[in-house]
Design a protein around this ligand. Structure first.
Ligand code: ATP
Ligand code: MG
Length: 321
């Protein structure tokens, strides 16, 4: 593999006697999206802050390199190579969106003309031109988040850290943000993302790591992670108690779970056409029709809950009819 954009070995950090990161290895190829998942307090922001030089790695950490620069030896070079959009907005609400952008241009030592050109370009790209002259405090959450990322891009960084870029955004703004992130990747930018939304990691990330108890509990592509946990099943719901009981008999409920209250049956299934047909054939043969059939394929939620042993919520289901 060519030089990774980000590499860290044995990353550690403790606050007092509480170990937050307990030996984390990362290797993120350039031009890819890496998503770090983990429950609240898992240490995602801590990882971002260490990799972006905002806080120092803990004692006993191994080497860290970002953008080909050794973080301990040359933090300044690392800072020049990256952009960071923190979990909490860096936008100054008292000044306008444009002024926020020009401030960033100043920080990057762009000339006045270059700064104005960059600001105008990025404001347009993030659909903020109309709002550019208004105080940022009047922006909606989605607009503020877009401005936040636009500010991060002023120095044209090749590696960007996005700490929960879509938390609190509505579905439309979230999709807009996904488009923005895909655009960055298409330009060859490496994206290090943290998120609470498993769907987001599924959509965007080439590789996903789940942080739990200070370690990476699992790492892989979304598909690889989904294969770790079983959980695919078919659920049949009935309104007629007689039909429900007949179905339970017909399906010889060895491997199924019955819920007498909800009149529903849950059978392990890989969701393939052949598997569904076998189930429906058995129902047809007994002259029974289910009122509802849903197929549940394991998703990242299953992986997340299996790995972080939080309480398992009601499964999300895809209605077939
Ligand atoms: N400066 C600090 N002093 C003491 N403890 C801290 C400090 N910063 C973070 N922690 C603790 O480290 C742990 C990890 O925090 P971190 O912010 O990295 O989690 P996170 O995964 O980003 O959580 P969230 O999803 O809520 O943003 C938490 O238990 C937090 O309380
Ligand atoms: Mg955080």
């Amino acid at each position: 593999m060519t030089n990774p954009a980000i590499a860290a070995s044995g990353l550690r950090k403790a606050y007092g006697d509480k170990a937050v990161l307990d030996g984390i290895d990362l290797r993120i190829p350039a031009g890819t999206v890496f998503a770090l998942l983990g429950p609240n307090g898992a240490g995602k922001t801590t990882v971002v802050k260490i990799l972006s030089t905002l806080i120092s790695p803990g004692a006993g950490s191994g080497g860290i390199s970002v953008g080909g620069h050794d973080l301990a030896a040359d933090p300044q070079a690392v800072r020049a190579a990256i952009g960071v959009t923190g979990q909490f907005s860096a936008v100054d609400g008292l000044i306008t969106g444009e002024e926020n952008m020009l401030l960033m241009a100043d920080l990057h030592h762009l000339s006045k003309a270059e700064g104005r050109r960059t600001a105008a370009e990025l404001l347009a790209r993030f659909d903020l031109t109309d709002a550019a002259k208004k105080p940022a405090s009047t922006y909606s959450g989605g607009m503020k988040r877009r401005l936040d990322i636009a500010m991060t891009l002023v120095g044209n960084p090749r590696i960007i850290f996005l700490d929960e870029p879509t938390t609190g955004l509505d579905p439309r703004s979230r999709h807009t943000m996904w488009g923005i992130i895909r655009g960055l990747v298409a330009d060859g930018v490496t994206v290090f993302l943290t998120t609470q939304y498993l769907e987001e990691a599924d959509e965007l990330a080439d590789r996903i790591a789940v942080l739990h108890r200070g370690r990476i509990a699992a790492e892989g592509s979304a598909d690889e992670l989904k294969r770790i946990v079983p959980g695919g099943h078919v659920r049949l719901r009935f309104t007629d108690p007689d039909a429900y009981r007949a179905a339970a008999l017909a399906l010889a409920l060895g491997e199924a779970t019955a819920d007498d209250e909800a009149l529903s049956l849950q059978l392990p299934s890989d969701g393939t056409q052949r598997d569904l047909r076998a189930i429906l054939d058995r129902l047809d043969a007994a002259g029974i029709e289910a009122d509802e059939l849903t197929v549940h394929t394991p998703d990242l939620d299953d992986v997340f809950f299996a790995l972080t042993d939080a309480a398992v919520p009601a499964p999300a289901e895809e209605a077939v009819r």
